[in-house]
Design a protein around this ligand. Structure first.
Ligand code: T1G
Length: 696
């Protein structure tokens, strides 16, 4: 007989009470689950028949944490801490039976139980720091007691989940269920009861001794890995506190620290990015139940840098790949480079020789379109020439079956013009990978007017399958990422003309949180590459942009960047970037030639011109339909271009500053730099007039 209380169903199996949580999609610990769990403990304690309890979840996963949607809102009792205390205080053994992902508050529930059993592919984690939070209901006070500080440190401070094997090895779980989880968990509870129903309160365990030096080591590595983020550092402090503080007091301080972070700007930003990444998977005009097309075999045309990287993405997920080239020489080079990349991964222990063999066995290198039998998705990555691309796309359409998806990897050619060269434009779209394609997470999927809904759905699910962060964007030159980046680059160049130095601009943007500044980035890419890209965009440039040819001058002077030992910086024997007076001379001569007065540039002006120009361009993209939502722009910048996640992305960040303040600054820079560069987008004008932000 099953009794349902809130989101928890109770059923007695022999003398074991089974409490099954059912709160789709991920059994988040919303109020109904919390209340149901407390009722389950009440029932266990009051029942004469039930000698132990199993907590198990319906659906695809064990509880994946507190309900993120409840944060920042008044929370109804029982609070999660109260649920945890009830579980801990219960005078009968409770077994947590886990599958899917036992995360955050979900793992804290399990830690408050006496015993833990899980299926072999379950995963366990305390990802709170990735949301700018801290485990607030026992994760910090209990985990070190159960598995020691050394093993608990990365779990808590980095938020990375671990697998069942490792979890059992370190003592986080006791058993791995060989068969059906429910049956095995009930049998396990029976075994515990038969063995005297011994309670094992994690709260009673001492924190094992450990080498305190690991705390400072962790602080150092976390400040590199999570630059500028508070939660990971606070987590180390709390772990240190837990080691020297009685359980109850430590638990209260843990909860207080978590509560304080819920209202913090960093956590709001990180929770925004979490939600925006999930929202970005919902495509306008594509119903959620749209069935994606099957993709069992793929093709890449163009074995150059991008083509090779894209091919590796497909091989890495076990897909047969046909890589087409137009000369044996380019195919041979592709084969060599791909093997070299995999060889490097074997050296770094990321892959085994046999895994590489399995991947390479899936790769066909050919000059012959005739080898494209059975290909469901083909992507061209040939030179950025409209006619060449049109020819390749038509060849693909003639060769492939009529449900095959045909995609272009262009980074700026007009998607509609390319689509117009096809008989079945409904099968066509853009899949814009970023260099190196096998490393960069971001994937800008570009919809054309006639792209079919199931093709759009396929590009999103397929992007996730490749381990990418897929974001759907619309028609615009350079799409979202590059178009906004070009505005930051423009202002960085103009600021050099106005009096700033490369090192000043890079310092301001890296202090803001970007991993690298625009000039150090240019030196990495190579001035010859930068100059060629500049030539390709010359047609759309203003007179000042054309005359601001510092890149060309550096390239002409042989200052190609890191690869030539000097660019915007000179590189010392250790390869470290050093300011170079020679660059100062080139800039001074350039200003004199252009008759540009040099003035002192403040850090604030650099930050505002570089980032407000991006925000304004983001708003223009929303005005034009080049981007569907401001959150999509934030996902693109946080997953692809190094915008610090704990600052939420350019559009979220702009709202924190206030669009009225940004508009005032844009108006100021219209006077200082020029209307054509800083005229506020309509969306900004409208939102300011309505007293709203991008997300209101
Ligand atoms: N609360 C509310 N909704 C959630 C949720 C959560 N914790 N996790 C996921 N969802 C929604 C998500 O928005 C999406 O909704 C749907 O579930 C599927 O998610 C006190 C303070 C579990 C690994 O950080 O990592 O506990 O878009 O698309 O790829 O110490 O979701 O369909 O409407 O991501 O299969 C700690 C966050 C909270 C886990 C599944 N927990 N979630 O991944 O599906 S803080 C987390 C995830 C906490 C305590 C503290 C993943 C997943 P929609 P999805 P997925």
């Amino acid at each position: 007989m099953t009794d349902v209380i809130d989101a928890v169903a109770l059923e007695l199996k022999g003398d074991i009470l089974v409490a099954r949580v059912d709160n789709p999609p991920v059994n988040a610990l919303s109020h109904a689950v919390r209340a149901g769990l407390v009722a389950a403990v009440d029932r266990l304690e009051q029942s004469d028949d039930a000698r132990a309890m199993v907590i198990i979840c319906a659906g695809r996963t064990f509880m994946a944490g507190a309900d993120i949607r409840e944060f920042g809102k008044p929370m109804k009792d029982p609070q999660l801490g109260q649920v945890i205390d009830r579980l801990d205080a219960c005078d009968k053994p409770i077994v947590a039976a886990m599958h899917g992902t036992a995360l955050g508050g979900g793992l804290e529930v399990a830690l408050a139980c006496s015993y833990r059993i899980a299926v072999a592919d379950a995963r366990f984690g305390l990802p709170e720091v990735t949301l700018g939070l801290l485990p607030g209901s026992g994760g910090i006070v209990r985990t070190p007691r159960l598995i020691g500080v050394e093993a608990a440190l990365p779990l808590i401070t980095e938020g990375r989940p671990i697998g069942a094997d490792h979890a059992r090895k370190i003592g986080l779980i006791d058993e791995i269920a060989p068969g059906d989880l429910r049956g095995d968990a009930v049998a396990y509870a029976d075994h515990i009861v038969a063995g005297g129903a011994k309670l094992r309160r994690t709260s009673d365990l001492p924190v094992p001794d450990y080498d305190r030096a690991i705390l400072d080591q962790a602080r150092k590595s976390l400040s590199r890995k999570f630059k500028g983020q508070d939660a990971p550092q606070q987590a180390v402090d709390l772990i240190e506190m837990v080691s020297d503080t009685p359980f109850r007091d430590a638990a209260d301080r843990e909860f207080a620290a978590c509560k304080a972070l819920v209202a913090s700007p960093q956590s709001k930003a990180l929770r925004h990015v979490f939600a925006a990444e999930r929202a970005a998977l919902k495509i306008d005009g594509v119903p959620r139940d749209t069935q994606p097309r099957d993709v069992r075999k793929v093709a890449v045309v163009g074995p150059g840098t991008m083509g090779r990287g894209i091919a590796i993405c497909f091989l890495d997920v076990g897909l047969p790949v046909v890589l087409i080239g137009n000369s044996q020489e380019t195919l041979d080079k592709a084969d060599t480079v791909i093997r070299k990349i995999y060889g490097g991964q074997v050296k770094r222990g990321r892959l085994t020789e046999s895994q590489v063999d399995d991947r390479l066995a899936l790769l066909t290198l050919t000059l012959d379109y005739g080898r494209l039998d059975g290909v469901d998705l083909a992507i061209e990555a040939v030179t950025e020439d409209m006619d060449v691309k049109k020819t390749v796309l038509s060849n693909l359409e003639e060769t492939l079956h009529d449900r095959a998806i045909i995609a272009t990897n262009t980074s700026f050619l007009d998607i509609e013009t390319l689509a117009s060269s096809l008989a079945r434009p409904e099968n066509f779209a853009g899949m814009h990978f970023f260099n190196p394609a096998n490393v960069m997470k971001l994937l800008e999927n570009v919809r054309a007017t006639k792209t079919a809904p199931d093709v759009l759905a396929t590009m999103t699910t397929f992007g996730r399958k490749l381990g990418k962060t897929p974001v759907m964007v619309g028609r615009s030159e350079g799409f979202v990422a590059n178009r906004m980046l070009s505005k930051r680059s423009r202002e960085a160049q103009f600021l050099l003309e106005d009096g700033a130095t490369p090192q000043q601009v890079d310092r301001v943007l890296t202090e803001f949180g970007f991993p690298i500044g625009p000039f150090a980035l240019a030196d990495l890419a190579g001035m010859d590459i930068m100059a060629a890209a500049r030539q390709a965009r010359m047609h759309g440039m203003t007179q000042r942009e054309r005359e601001c040819d510092i890149v060309d001058q550096l390239a002409a002077a042989g200052r190609l960047g890191r690869k030539s030992g000097s660019g915007y910086y000179r590189y010392d024997d250790e390869g470290k970037a050093q300011p170079d007076p020679a660059v100062e001379e080139i800039l001074a001569a350039h200003r004199a030639r252009r008759g540009l007065p040099q003035r002192d540039i403040t850090d604030q002006e650099i930050l505002e011109r570089c980032l407000y120009a991006m925000v304004n361009e983001g708003a223009l993209l929303l005005d034009e339909g080049g981007a569907a939502r401001p959150g999509d722009i934030d996902v693109i910048w946080t997953s692809g271009f190094g915008w610090p996640r704990h600052l939420g992305g350019p559009m979220f960040w702009a709202d924190q500053i206030g669009l009225a303040k940004i508009k005032d600054a844009l108006d100021t820079y219209c006077d200082l730099v020029g209307d054509q560069y800083f005229t506020p987008a309509n969306l900004i004008e409208t939102r300011v007039a309505e007293g709203r932000g991008f997300f209101d």
